[in-house]
Design a protein around this ligand. Sequence first.
Ligand SMILES: Nc1ncnc2c1ncn2[C@@H]1O[C@H](COP(=O)(O)OP(=O)(O)OP(=O)(O)O)[C@@H](O)[C@H]1O
Ligand SMILES: [Mg+2]
Length: 471
Amino acid sequence: MAGFVGEAVLSGLIQKLIDMVTSPELWNFASEEHVHSELNKWKKILTKIYAVLHDAEEKHMTDPLVKMWLDELGDLAYDVEDILDSFATEALRRNLMAETLPSGTQPSTSKLRSLIPSCCTSFTPNSIKFNAEMWSKFKKITAGLQEISAQKNDLHLTENIAGKRSTKTREILPTTSLVDESRVYGRETDKAAIANLLLRDDPCTDEVCVIPVVGMAGIGKTTLAQLAFNDDEVKAHFDLRVWVYVSDDFDVLKITKTILQSVSPNTHDVNDRNLLQMTLREDLSGKKFLLILDDVWNENLDSWDFLCMPMRSGAPGSKLIVTTRNEGVVSITRTLPAYRLQELAYEDCLSVFTQQALRKSNFDGHSHLKEVGEEIVRKCKGMPLAAKALGGMLRNQVSLDAWENILIGKIWDLPKDKCRIIPALKLSYHHLPSHLKQCFAYCSIFPKGYEFDKDELIQLWMAEGFLQQTK
Ligand SMILES: Nc1ncnc2c1ncn2[C@@H]1O[C@H](COP(=O)(O)OP(=O)(O)OP(=O)(O)O)[C@@H](O)[C@H]1O
Ligand SMILES: [Mg+2]
């Protein structure tokens, strides 16, 4: 279990342990004072460890000490889980028996005794008493947790809010509004649709009209926004156009500052929140503006409202495009229906691929590569990011062998600095809540191409205790 779930999903396990250690059932069951005090220690240490796990998960690939620390933490976490699981099972079993037995009847102690670990030998019907062996196991875990917690300080791991990644480890370059349109294939209909949404008058009375452009990683949201931003009719329609690359660092002040600097390049560096908002409101006042916020992950309504506040002074018809992979973002931006971007048509995807690989939009002059090339493009399933990355890997390579290797190869084996696919997907993985990371990683036990059954998978997740059963 520890092997395949690995470091990457430890946070899910630690979160689960924190929930377990604070559950009232466990506290009633293990009711002795000194046990409670020990469980309290576990809770505090686990919570502190949880706070740095995000950072550790990011650093473990490059720092062997962090990797070792995570390995040790993993082993200890599974020991904690074993003990807590056996308690939880026994507590549940006793409750069930108490419900089914006629009142006044005591459950058979000998039967129960066989169901819990041999270390817990003496107990009363509703609570458990600790023998020396069990108690020493408990103390050993406490000591282990304390040691792991102390080591954490030496590793200089920083506390992190889940879902918020440190900018240091970001593997994706910021986008800009510039695009080479001659290298963009297809998307004519999408561009026309977005331009139409930008040019028409919408009844967004006291709010800025927001158009969320939603789609999977690398499907072409940013590219479409760039096309719209640089469209001649769009340019002529707006007094001001501003592009801001946001990504997962939704720093409202930083974004507001960037907008202000684009709108009024001569503004002095303003750092005060109030002054910033007032200045931006004034500078946007009465102007019809187009703002593109590229790659938004923020789902916090307060931050969103704070950012939008100064924009209300803009002229009617001002528009905001938000590109995002995240449905949660759509629900907080709330004004116009989302534009859901679909995969590229096969022919366009093929042109993206050959443009990268052969510097032309088809296989002319390279007929020996056509068949395998088409097969690679079919595997890309209309995702321009995949077509571009795989095409890029084959640039200047005209031997059939190299192309066949890409066809049978694994994308995760491709070098990260040359192929953007894994860094792009990793960002989506990082944004999963920790319990979903566990569920997702669990699927790696299926062989490649295995068709799994949804209900069966859910049952397997349940058996592993991955699902949070609030209801
Ligand atoms: N129609 C297209 N023609 C050619 N290249 C394209 C097209 N659409 C996207 N690309 C290229 O594919 C890559 C991914 O596109 P893009 O960055 O627009 O995707 P995205 O949906 O914004 O991804 P993310 O979710 O990571 O922000 C980029 O390198 C882009 O240049
Ligand atoms: Mg993008």
